[in-house]
Design a protein around this ligand. Structure first.
Ligand SMILES: Cc1ncc(COP(=O)(O)O)c(C=O)c1O
Length: 438
């Protein structure tokens, strides 16, 4: 193993002996990166990370898109430090729980109540349970074009990794396609009176077309199903008030995570009072077990969320993401064109959440070429599994990244001309773990 990553390599051996997959999150795992990539991060600051070997990288998509303001943002850190000294968890709710709820409902103005938890998966699963309880129905309709909603059975059962999930549970999840109203209508026709909810992101790579979101909502209302918008990625990134504000739609329920706490473990389920109150104690209807965990109201993450939301409200965060993201897109496209790679490397998505696709000599998506591109970016000081921007990426970081992209594309071109990554890529190609049934 070359010296540049010697410490990472040693740590990798220990990690795999102790932790299945060598990491606690699949998306961070070794099968997602080439061998010549930083294996373990020691620290981060702004949009930079430093690995255990002391190598420095400009990071993109930081913390799986959770660190929207930058690593160790001083104002968030200060709020966390203050809270740490006041205690983290008590027998009765902490006052900060109310403060955090007011702050979130102050920006997500379509929602009337909110409950916090620790991750997006749990929030989405709570939405599904609430929808099932409210409608008395079992089926869940999942958007098949959106890669991930939850680690829970109702979702994982729809992926190519359904081991351990009972068939009966898998059969309750059905799929529809984004921007395809006919597929939504078909579901309601096929399962009349059976669908509890539809869950989707408001947009991902593609923008909603022909009133897709509003018409889907209309169909949900017509058929008595709950509309759940997953805003774990879009929240605070598409718009301060989430994609729901940008597109002018008020879902029955929506979920937030990732950027909510700028990398701290906090997520939220927000929505209509009539539904949310089913998890409360001030009604005589059947009560729903809605998000109750020891750490749900843990104060430090709530302090981080309050600090982050105040910055989102005060500073031009979304504008910055858009402006610099568009510069990145334009520069990336120019580099691709300069190398004659238009048929093989693509960048797409919203400016604030760009992703790239790598195709092989046959024009099909190629994990081998993805690994090569990642390897060559890492060699040039850029760690970019995606090109998702943060508030901490300054114009000069975009410029430096574009220089790295240019260099990496030069190697890509040569490998393509040679017909394969052999002799260019060190180690095995990357792998895709989760992809819904599409
Ligand atoms: C759109 C979306 N929803 C939900 C989740 C799950 O969130 P978490 O990993 O916090 O459980 C993810 C995670 O990547 C996601 O991208």
């Amino acid at each position: 193993m070359p010296g540049r990553y010697a410490r990472s390599h040693a740590l990798r051996e220990r990690a795999h002996a102790l932790i299945p997959g060598g990491a606690h999150t699949y998306a961070k795992g070794d099968d997602q990166y080439p061998l010549l990539a930083p294996g373990f991060i020691a620290r981060g600051s702004g949009c930079r990370v430093f690995d255990v070997d002391g190598n420095e990288f400009i990071e993109w998509g930081m913390g799986l898109r959770s660190v929207l303001l930058g690593h160790a943002h001083p104002e968030v850190v200060a709020a966390v430090e203050r809270q740490l000294r006041l205690g983290t968890n008590f027998n009765r709710p902490a006052a900060i729980e109310v403060e955090a709820a007011e702050e979130l409902l102050g920006v997500v103005t379509g929602a009337e109540m909110v409950k916090f938890t620790k991750d997006g998966s749990t929030a989405n699963s709570a939405a599904v349970r609430l929808a099932r309880a409210a409608t008395g129905r079992d089926r869940v309709a999942v958007c098949l074009d959106h890669p991930f909603f939850s680690y829970s059975d109702w979702f994982v059962g729809t992926t190519p990794m359904p081991a351990g999930i009972p068939k009966a549970v898998r059969e309750l999840s059905v799929g529809f396609r984004y921007n395809d109203l006919a597929s939504v209508r078909k579901l309601f026709d096929e399962y009349p009176g059976e669908i509890a909810c539809l869950i989707l992101e408001a947009s991902r790579g593609e923008e909603p077309r022909d009133g897709f979101l509003h018409e889907t909502q209309r169909l949900c209302r017509e058929h008595g199903a709950v509309l759940v918008l997953d805003e774990c990625i879009t929240g605070f990134r598409w718009h301060l008030g989430g994609a729901q504000r940008l597109y002018g739609i008020t879902p029955d329920l929506s979920t937030f995570g990732k950027a909510l706490g700028n990398g701290f473990a906090v997520s939220a389920l927000a929505g209509r009072r009539e539904l949310m109150e089913l998890g409360g104690i001030r009604h005589r209807r059947e009560r729903v077990f809605l998000l109750s965990t020891t750490h749900g109201g843990e104060t430090v993450a709530l302090a981080a969320a309050i600090a982050a939301m105040r910055i989102y409200r005060r500073e031009p965060v979304v504008e910055h993401l858009h402006r610099q993201g568009e510069r990145l897109r334009a520069g990336f496209e120019a580099a691709v064109a300069a190398h004659g790679l238009g048929d093989f490397v693509r960048i797409d998505g919203r400016a604030c959440s760009l992703a790239y696709a790598t195709l092989g000599p046959d024009g099909a998506p190629s994990q081998a070429f993805r690994a090569l591109f990642l390897q060559e970016l890492c060699a040039r000081g850029v760690l970019a599994p995606s090109l998702v921007i943060s508030y901490a990426h300054r114009p000069e970081d975009v410029d430096r990244t574009l220089e790295a992209v240019d260099g990496a594309l030069g190697v890509y071109r040569r490998a393509l001309d040679a017909g394969s990554v052999e002799g260019f890529l060190v180690g095995p190609p990357t792998r895709h773990v989760f992809r819904s049934r599409c």
